[in-house]
Each structure stands twice: as C-alpha cells, then as structure tokens.
Design a protein around this ligand. Structure first.
Ligand SMILES: N[C@@H](CCC(=O)N[C@@H](CS)C(=O)NCC(=O)O)C(=O)O
Length: 216
C-alpha cells in the first residue's frame, strides 16, 4: 500500500518529487536505487519501467516515470488544488514552466556538465551562454509574482527549485545576476520543507562530483 518511489539523492528530478511529497505530507516508501551499479537494469526494474530511469513511482500498482508527470499526478491526487490548478489557463502556464524546465533549462544545464561528467568531455562553446539565456527567460517569467508560474506555489516550483539548486551547486553561473530568481530561491530554501536535507545535500553532492571532474 502507498506510494513507492525509486530514487537517488544525486538526481534533481528525484529530489523534486520528494520535496513535493514533504510539502503535501505524503509519506513515500523510499527505495534507494543506484543507476551506477545497474539497479535500474534488472529484469524486475525493466518490467516496471522499460525506460530504466529515476524517479520511478508505483502508486499501488499504477507505475509512472518522468518526474514532472509524477509531480502533476501526485499533486492532483494528494495535494491542494493550487499546486496543479484545474483552470485551463492557469494549468497551461504551469505546464509551460514544466516543459521549459525539462526541454530548455535542465537541457541547457546538462549540456554544460554532462559531457564532462559522463561523456567525452567536449562542452560546446555556446553552452554556458545558452544556459544564461534560459535563466534570463526564467527571471522574466516571475514578473510581479512570487512563484515561477504565478502568485501561488505550483508543482513547477518544485521542479525548477531542484534544477536551479543543481545549477547553483555546480557554480557555473552567478545567480545574483537574476534578482527575482535569487529571491525566489532564497525563499525556497527557508519555506520548502526538507529543502536543506534534499536539494541542499543532493545538489551539493552532484556539484562536488562535477567540480571534481573539472579539476581532474
Ligand atoms: N526527464 C526525466 C529524466 C530522468 C533521468 O534522466 N534520470 C536519470 C537520473 S537523474 C536516470 O535515471 N538515468 C539512468 C538511465 O536513464 O538509465 C525525469 O525528469 O524524470
């Protein structure tokens, strides 16, 4: 019974789901799963998620992956309505932020770090500028709002907080150049239950791994 979550602390998408669960008081059956030692490639895991990625969720037999889909599902089923609003326009803005996070912000961040951490070490010349451009767009999304998708906290805040925490920990960009984003991140650090334990420690470990590769 209950919601199983297969996860790793180092993983930003996993941390976003764990932060949401803490915020809504949903107890997860946490199942630490090591991608480095092949624990997502076992026949049992592949049967549950043929894409063998983390996070993977199992809610009493309902299996789901893609962290942002998990966030929307858990908020819809267990959270207060404002976290994933039913109003079509409000929901569309939340979805836009989630897709932006996955397809642009995290994607551009990944191009700055993953080749060094897991690939051939070749980082494109424009990778950092592209990441800064995406952070500039995110800065603009705030407008006069306190949260990334408007005046209320939504699932997009959990997804983007995990991405930005990871960017911060890698020390690639001076986030002070984005004042609204910096103010929001500071508020996440104090107001999101478990931020220090989850995003703090997990992102710091990821950043440490990245910086060790840079200095190797
Ligand atoms: N877009 C996916 C990304 C999932 C992903 O790439 N997860 C990584 C860990 S951060 C993973 O499981 N990699 C191992 C694999 O794909 O086999 C999400 O947000 O859930």
């Amino acid at each position: 019974m209950g919601v199983d979550l297969y996860y790793m602390d180092l993983s930003a998408p996993c941390r976003s789901v764990m932060l949401l669960a803490k915020a809504i008081g949903l107890e997860l059956n946490l199942k630490v799963t090591n991608i480095m030692t092949g624990e997502t490639r076992t026949p049992e895991f592949i049967k549950m998620n043929p894409q063998h990625c983390l996070p993977t969720m199992d809610d009493d037999g309902f299996k789901l992956w893609e962290s942002r889909a998990i966030l929307s599902y858990l908020a819809s089923k267990y959270g207060p309505a404002h976290l994933y609003p039913s109003d079509p326009k409000e929901r569309a803005v939340v979805d836009q932020r989630l897709y932006f996070d996955m397809g642009t912000l995290y994607e551009r961040f990944g191009k700055c770090v993953y080749p060094l951490m897991f690939g051939d070490g070749k980082i494109a010349d424009n990778a950092l500028d592209n990441l800064k451009e995406a952070l500039g767009w995110l800065e603009g999304f705030f407008g006069d709002n306190q949260y990334v998708a408007g005046p209320k906290q939504t699932v997009a805040d959990f997804a983007i907080a995990s991405t930005v925490a990871t960017i911060e920990a890698c020390e690639l960009v001076d986030l002070a150049a984005y004042p609204k984003l910096s103010a929001w991140l500071a508020a996440c650090k104090t107001d999101m239950p478990g931020y220090a334990e989850l995003n703090g420690q997990g992102a710091t470990a990821f950043g440490g791994f990245y910086k060790a590769k840079v200095n190797a």
